[in-house]
Design a protein around this ligand. Structure first.
Ligand code: P6P
Length: 338
């Protein structure tokens, strides 16, 4: 059976309705091509002289790995000339990147975490690229784009996706019509459709959380994890398994494939108040994808996609994955307020 390519998948959606314009199709194909280049660079490892840190810090106060900066540059260079964008924003850049004057402007904004899971780069564990596409506000067409134009709720996204650089290199994408999975055919360099419609099982017995933060968690999170650990003799009457890869893309991809609940909750630390993960280019795109696959994504209580952003790099607590488990965690939070 001849498998479809990413281009064919996008052309079919372009013909079939409003979800994909020609401009959006070009943008997604360009991002996908950049992800191939990032995956290729990552795979060279020590042979490419790309491992290790630069000794610099990004806007998050995190030590930048060489590959963080390289991946960011690959995405900027690939996307600035195509005419689909008015600007870009990245975890690795303090403020927005406007399209240089020598290139045509387009109708979209692109936000990304160019290489998520950096702590795993040097130890050869799966990492990935996360991206989110918004429409540029009409008003921005008569002036230059500003940071505030990016501060749109996650419900405004027109596309979102991630590439995971693991045993297979995969691209998982939604344009608001379900979620499709593409595997990179390394012989032809083609993104090849391997999952027409990815769905998350509504129930699970697998949770993902960094247990070393337990002493900092709010009470509802602690109660929920305690009840999971109590197993079939406990209130949830089933045994749970635990996974934590410390690479959101890899943890989310597992959940997209077999279900589970991923938690990076806000906690009691001053630094942890709002959580660790960034809303605009981690939580929002992943929440869009998860919801499109029949899952659910909250900050513990409220739907992440409804969050009105106030800052480009703001953080948010994240509980996402199998719908019935995310609902259960929300119940612990609501009970916690009773
Ligand atoms: P911790 C990677 O740095 C990241 O942003 C996510 O990909 C991942 O889920 C999380 O941080 C891991 O955080 O505290 O477990 O190292």
């Amino acid at each position: 059976m001849k498998r479809k390519t990413l281009t064919q998948y996008l052309v079919e959606r372009q013909r079939g309705g409003q979800a994909v314009t020609a401009e959006l199709r070009l943008l997604i194909e360009t991002v996908a091509r950049a992800c191939k280049a990032i995956g290729h660079t990552v795979s060279k490892g020590a042979l490419g002289g790309v491992l290790g840190s630069l000794g610099t810090e990004n806007v998050q106060g995190e030590i930048q790995k060489k590959l963080d900066v390289l991946s960011n540059e690959i995405l900027l260079e690939a996307n600035e000339w195509g005419g689909s964008l008015m600007g870009m924003a990245s975890e690795e850049m303090e403020t927005i990147h406007r399209i240089p004057n020598e290139y045509p402007q387009g109708g979209y904004l692109l936000l990304f975490d160019p290489l998520d899971g950096s702590s795993n780069i040097d130890v050869n564990v799966s990492i990935g690229t996360i991206f989110s596409v918004l429409r540029a506000p009409e008003a921005a067409k008569t002036r230059r784009i500003e940071e505030v134009d990016f501060l749109q709720p996650g419900t405004s996204q027109v596309a979102a996706g991630y590439a995971v650089y693991g045993p297979q290199t995969m691209l998982v994408l939604t344009v608001g019509e379900g979620v499709a999975g593409f595997t990179l055919d390394s012989e032809t360099g083609t993104w090849t459709l391997t999952s027409e419609k990815m769905t998350i099982p509504e129930d699970t017995s697998e949770f993902a959380i960094n247990m070393s933060n337990m002493r900092h968690w709010e009470a509802p999170v602690k109660r929920y994890i305690d009840d999971c650990l109590a197993g079939e003799a406990g209130p949830l009457a089933k045994n749970f398994n635990m996974r934590w890869i410390a690479s959101m893309v890899a943890d989310v991809h597992r959940i997209m494939t077999r279900g589970g609940v991923f938690m990076y909750p806000r906690d009691q630390r001053p630094t942890g108040k709002k959580g660790k993960l960034r809303l605009m280019y981690e939580a929002n795109p992943m929440s869009f994808i998860v919801e499109q696959a029949g899952g659910m994504a909250t900050d513990g209580e409220r739907r992440i996609l409804d969050t009105q952003p106030s800052a480009l790099h703001q953080r948010v607590g994240v509980v996402l994955g199998s719908k019935n488990e995310v609902v259960r965690v929300r119940g612990y939070h609501l009970k916690g307020q009773a």
